[in-house]
Design a protein around this ligand. Structure first.
Ligand SMILES: C[S@@+](CC[C@H](N)C(=O)[O-])C[C@H]1O[C@@H](n2cnc3c(N)ncnc32)[C@H](O)[C@@H]1O
Length: 314
């Protein structure tokens, strides 16, 4: 089932590399993402309320603000979640474990959002949770910090830390950039470990072996007994397998089903890191996530969302 261990894995997908002429020709750039914005879609989680009360952006300026910052981000990387406006749905909030996570953070716990992008899940937590934000960390291979502050207008209030690092790199203690405070923060995290490691829409960019490698790095770098590694990604209802994504420039990715992603933690990550995990996952349909089959027709048939949680038990 697993692909060759000697395969080289790119830290970032080729299809997401900056492409300045791409607005006209990428299937996953939708010029108008107003339909993903609060008033038009009640399930949208970057709500008018959050932009209004947390970011202090008046309702009549929100659409322009969202499109402007989305295009700022698109000039840096051309991810589908940027192009179609999926980042407007911070996904942690949809997880049944969300209230437990908030409780953990209220009690002084630490959460790392891996592949944080503009830190939208962290801001949603800050808004919902009445929690100390200094225990929130965002890790990403790209430095999105300034774009995130532009979007949420909270540079003076948000106390979380954003660190630029590659989760595929051999040692997670390797910060990209020379900021010594960030280097110290990452070193501290790898020593103290985290209560929750959240990773949304990232692991699916790799094949089986790439996902095992990245997940094992997170387990070895940030987990202690009791840590939850949880998140979601695109999966399949048609049996776990590698798919070729023609629309994403021919990229190949491993599509998990609920069983295979749980097995990845309980068997592969466990064996590779000398740890023990209890994992579970569930399918969330395209419709349950507030999208239509038409929205995802450029992806593989049977594509769905997969929500997973793995708890380290030894
Ligand atoms: C598709 S976006 C998902 C953003 C967000 N987590 C969400 O669910 O909306 C993938 C994010 O992972 C980051 N990323 C990709 N490869 C990475 C790597 N090797 N290490 C750390 N972050 C990575 C990208 O820069 C991007 O911000």
């Amino acid at each position: 089932m697993a692909t060759s261990k000697s395969q080289v894995h790119l830290p970032e997908p080729e299809y997401a590399q900056p492409d300045f002429n791409s607005r006209a020709h990428k299937a996953w750039y939708h010029p108008d993402i107003s339909n993903r914005v609060p008033a038009a879609a009640s399930h949208i989680l970057i709500s008018a309320d959050l932009l209004n009360k947390y970011s202090r952006i008046p309702p009549d300026q929100q659409l322009e603000h969202i499109h402007k910052i989305r295009d700022q981000a698109w000039d840096i990387r051309v991810y589908p979640c940027i192009g179609i406006g999926a980042f407007l749905d911070p996904q942690l909030r949809l997880d049944p474990l969300y209230p437990t996570i908030i409780e953990t953070l209220r009690n002084g716990g630490t959460l790392i959002d891996v592949g944080t992008f503009i830190g939208h899940d962290l801001r949603r937590l800050a808004y919902d949770g009445d929690i100390p934000t200094d225990k929130l960390y965002g890790i990403d291979i790209v430095d999105w910090e300034a774009v995130g502050y532009d979007f949420f207008r909270d540079k003076d209030t948000f106390q979380g830390t954003f660190i630029q690092a590659d989760i595929l790199s051999g040692s997670l203690a390797e910060v990209r950039g020379t900021d010594s405070a960030k280097q110290q923060a990452l070193a501290r995290l790898t020593e103290d470990k985290a209560d929750v490691v959240f990773i949304s829409q990232v692991l699916h960019q790799w094949d089986w072996e790439g996902q095992v490698h990245a997940a094992s790095n997170l387990a070895a770098g940030f987990s202690k007994v009791g840590t939850l590694i949880m998140g979601n990604q695109m999966g399949t209802t048609q049996g776990a397998r590698e798919v070729g994504l023609d629309a994403l420039d021919g990229a190949k990715a491993w599509r998990h089903d609920a069983q295979s992603i749980a097995r990845m933690f309980e068997e592969d990550v466990a064996a590779r890191t000398g740890t023990k995990w209890e994992a579970q996952a569930r399918v969330k349909t395209v419709e349950e996530m507030g999208w239509t089959q038409d929205d995802v027709k450029w992806l593989d048939p049977g594509v769905c969302w997969l929500e997973f949680a793995a708890k380290r038990v030894a």
